[in-house]
Design a protein around this ligand. Structure first.
Ligand code: NAD
Ligand code: ZN
Length: 350
């Protein structure tokens, strides 16, 4: 098989050839049709996350081992099945649930493998889908596409799934006004999902007018370019000067976090999703005085992914796929994402 692999942080990905794996027991070999290019692949490529104050969290300290084949939004065709009775058959087109857990910890026991204490996620802790074949540890992590376009389906394993989890959390207080920060791969899915499953008026914020235009088409009621020095006042005025009931931050960096707290109303609900990182100073009394809720959201579970596939099949959500690359072009795909050239999602078709 042919894979495009990260050999070391910030080094160009290298294409390498190896024997096709033979699935054993519950394993399944999938011939990859399409794999989404996620900003998290960029963090993996850069070697970690910005903690702020010049500090950096290395992915190798979290259990990543280079070389690794990135790619966690994997769609393909079942090529070969180990030795297990399963719902999928050879030739089926499937979406892979990549957030594989240990199966034993409290999160895994309640089917939230995405929150596992010892995660084994594909494309992070084990090889993923920047490859013509991917070995899936267990057939239970597959979901049949049944008619959903393969390129479109990729984003349901991460950007769609994460946005779904985050919007559900943001909807816990039935917001009248919901601010979505960042209209990238995740944020545009967030806008669509919020439009479909909440009654909130959606205010979308980004630095890029083109992305904001698409956000409007996807269901945002208001869009604001945060380069505008009056961003906070504009959001407050939309929210009747009380502020937003919920904010979902798909960037989560110092400038956006400052904005989040500035526009969050009393009893507000803040969901932090992005991994851009950094740190900023928060005046602590505002948290109890405003009685705000701050929560994180990390990907989602298998059942939510299946629900999302169903929403895509019904046309309720329509992930935006704007660019396609070959496996040999994996470096350009990541560079283009880094330079903010991608609208919605790019995919690699190996
Ligand atoms: P993306 O590159 O497609 O989109 C990022 C968007 O944020 C772009 O539209 C960009 O213009 C906008 N942006 C950047 N800085 C901004 C600022 N200061 N103000 C306003 N907008 C700004 O990235 P993505 O694939 O959507 O991922 C977003 C983040 O979420 C990444 O850090 C990624 O690693 C992370 N992520 C988190 C999870 C999770 O489970 N929590 C899952 C997947 C991705
Ligand atoms: Zn991702």
């Amino acid at each position: 098989m042919k894979s495009s692999r990260i050999t070391a942080p910030n080094e160009p990905l290298k294409v390498s050839e190896s024997e096709n794996p033979v699935p054993k027991g519950p394993q399944v070999l999938v011939k990859v049709k399409s794999v989404g290019v996620c900003h998290s692949d960029l963090h993996l490529w850069e070697g970690g996350y910005d903690l702020g104050d010049g500090k950096f969290m290395k992915v190798t300290d979290r259990g990543v081992k280079y070389p690794v084949t990135p790619g966690h939004e994997i769609v393909g065709t079942v090529e070969n099945i180990g030795d297990v009775a399963t719902d999928v058959s050879k030739g089926d087109d499937v979406l892979v649930f990549p957030w594989i857990g240990c199966g034993e910890c409290p999160a895994c026991k309640v089917k939230n493998e995405n929150l596992c204490d010892a995660p084994r996620s594909m494309g992070v802790f084990q090889d993923g889908g920047y490859s013509d074949y991917a070995l899936i540890p267990n057939s239970k992590y597959l979901a049949k596409l049944d008619g959903v376009d393969p390129d479109v389906a990729t984003s349901l394993a991460c950007s769609g799934l994460t946005a779904y989890t985050a919007i559900k959390k943001a909807n816990q207080n039935s917001p009248e006004f919901l601010v979505i920060v960042g209209a990238g791969g995740l944020g545009l899915m967030g806008v669509q999902i919020a439009h479909a499953i909440t009654d909130a008026k959606i205010i979308c914020v980004d630095l890029d007018d083109k992305k904001l235009e698409i956000a409007k088409e996807m269901g945002a009621d208001y869009t604001i370019n945060s380069r505008d020095p009056e961003t906070i006042q504009k959001i407050m005025s939309v929210c009747n000067d009380k502020g937003a009931d919920s904010v979902v931050d798909f960037v989560n960096a110092p400038p956006t976090a400052k904005l989040d707290f500035a526009v969050l109303r009393k009893r507000g609900n803040l969901v932090l999703v992005g991994l851009f990182g950094g740190s900023f100073e928060l005046s602590l009394v505002t948290v109890p005085l405003k009685s705000i809720v701050i929560q994180g959201a990390y990907t989602g579970n298998y059942d939510d992914m299946v629900e999302l596939l169903d929403l895509a099949r019904k046309g309720v959500i329509n992930p935006v796929i704007s660019k396609r690359y070959s496996l040999d072009e994996a470096n350009s795909a990541l560079e283009d994402l880094k330079e903010r050239k991608i609208i919605g999602r790019a995919v690699i078709n190996p």
